[in-house]
Design a protein around this ligand. Structure first.
Ligand code: SF4
Length: 329
């Protein structure tokens, strides 16, 4: 373990200021960062402990939405009555993630910032552009079974690991932040995570010291909610493919479909083209297959993860059949 400084802040503005210094990192639950520090993948000079900040409330909004404090534990968020009643896709996604112990410790803000589980990222003797920019990517020609098939680049093919963020992407969540100068902003989730491009080490659009203070959910959308996660074990495993779906059927046709995907993208993935292809159509297998083709038309496998293309297709079709009551034809 390398030497580092530790400060505990009790005011959000003081925390943002402290974390704007070179080499400083926030820590809350620590369920990802501490592992990375033990492996010396991350070597912060200062840890700014934000676990005591007053950001642990879940509050209804005037417009019917919900504000989730950044330090709400994943287990508390999954169990909250308003989340279970109005945003079941989010509750199910949270419960599909990690283990009970980790969900008790992991926070809403930290979940959005968790880093990839690419094995080469965690192995400091491997080439990894995300850990050491410009060093290469051993996953390209290596064992890449868990890697992404959408949004990849020549520099990185790592999949985003979060379940919670996939559901929030389907819900059009916004991330609320506070910067070191006291400014606040709301970042739509689709603009929060960055695809790797040629800078895979820059994973979000947050500025140095910018603190996540909460997540805003719009009023609950109409429709049936589902979160299906396909993985190697029944629990405590990251998604090979996951689908968050909110689908409304009216008069025998799909009125609205919101679909987001985990395990296949370098960021929590959503495709408006897929949703547009479903809107107004009858809930039939041929329609679902066409939507899956649209989702996967730009998918690229790297050998070990080629299977994800067909797995994603079959998972999406199955979820659409479940949420629409569509009959296989
Ligand atoms: Fe690193 Fe990304 Fe390549 Fe994995 S896929 S080794 S995280 S650059």
């Amino acid at each position: 373990m390398r030497h580092f400084d530790y400060v505990r802040e009790t005011e959000p503005s003081a925390a943002a200021l402290a974390a704007s210094a070179d080499g400083a990192r926030f820590i809350a639950g620590g369920t990802n960062l501490l592992d990375l520090m033990k492996l010396q993948v991350e070597t912060p000079e200062t840890l700014v402990d934000i676990s005591r900040l007053p950001l642990k409330d879940i509050e209804p909004q005037d417009d019917g939405g919900l504000r989730i404090g950044a330090l709400v534990a994943n287990s508390d968020l999954a169990a909250h009555p308003a989340v279970r009643r109005d945003y079941p896709v989010l509750s199910r996604a949270l419960l599909a993630g990690a283990s009970g112990q980790l969900r008790n410790k992991a926070t809403t803000g930290g979940n959005l910032l968790q880093r990839t589980r690419c094995g080469y990222f965690y192995e400091t003797s491997a080439a990894c552009n995300k850990r050491q920019p410009g060093s290469g990517c051993d996953a390209m020609q290596g064992f890449n079974r868990i890697m992404a098939i959408l949004g990849t680049s020549d520099h990185c093919i790592a999949a985003h690991p979060s379940d919670m963020a996939v559901a929030m992407r389907a819900l059009d969540a916004e991330v609320e932040t506070l910067d070191a100068q006291g400014g606040t902003r709301r970042i739509p989730l689709q603009a929060f995570h960055r695809q790797p491009g040629d800078t895979p080490h820059i994973e979000t659009t947050l500025e140095p010291g910018e603190l996540i203070t909460g997540v805003i959910l719009p009023p609950p959308p109409a429709g049936r909610h589902a979160y299906r996660k396909v993985r190697d074990r029944a629990s405590y495993a990251f998604a090979l493919v996951s689908v968050a779906a909110i689908v409304a059927v009216e008069d025998g046709r799909i009125a609205c479909a919101r679909l987001a995907f985990g395990g296949i993208g370098t960021v929590p993935w959503r495709s408006r083209a897929v949703e547009e292809a479903l809107a107004g159509e009858r809930p039939e297998r041929a329609v679902f297959v066409k939507a899956a083709d649209i989702l996967l038309r730009d998918a690229v496998g790297h050998g070990d993860n080629d299977f994800k293309i067909d797995l994603a297709r079959r998972t999406l079709v199955a979820v659409l059949e479940d949420t629409t009551g569509g009959t296989p034809a």
